[in-house]
Ligand binder design. Structure first.
Ligand code: HEC
Length: 113
């Protein structure tokens, strides 16, 4: 029973983490672009240590990061020339979808029990 409760709880947590994001559309969007050339084919092993690992990171965090690159320099923005050009034409929904997809990928960052 205790295991069932834990499984239900984890299911609820992972559902809420991807709420608002369409994983299939997120996958299609990143595959159309060059994201993997820096962040790695599976988004778990970047091609260079200067690129962050994205697989398994929290969807909410990833979405906020993408929006910040789109905002650019200034309050609540991130100023990075590599990323700015990659997010310039993405809508908020596109970024939510990409975040949901990246969150769904297996990762060494997350401790699986
Ligand atoms: C030319 C290399 C390059 C490409 C292509 C690229 N990125 Fe990035 N990405 C970076 C770098 C460098 C950073 C870290 C920038 C910084 O210091 O803020 C980053 C950061 C990020 C972050 C923030 C991660 C964190 O932990 O805060 C996300 C999310 C992200 N990239 C997603 C994407 C997506 C989605 C695409 C494709 C649409 C993409 N990137 C394409 C180089 C790239």
């Amino acid at each position: 029973m205790k295991k069932l409760m834990i499984a239900l709880f984890c299911g609820a947590v992972s559902l809420s983490a991807t709420a608002g994001g369409n994983i299939a559309n997120g996958e299609a969007l990143v595959k159309k672009r060059t994201c993997a050339s820096c962040h790695g084919a599976d988004f778990n092993k970047p091609t260079n240590e200067i690129y962050p690992r994205l697989a398994g990171q929290h969807a909410d965090y990833l979405k906020h990061a993408l929006i910040a690159y789109k905002r650019g320099d200034g309050p609540y923005g991130r100023n990075n020339s590599s990323m700015a050009s990659n997010v310039a034409d993405l809508s908020n929904q596109d970024m939510a979808d990409i975040a949901a997809y990246l969150h769904s990928l297996p990762s060494d960052l997350v401790l699986k029990r």
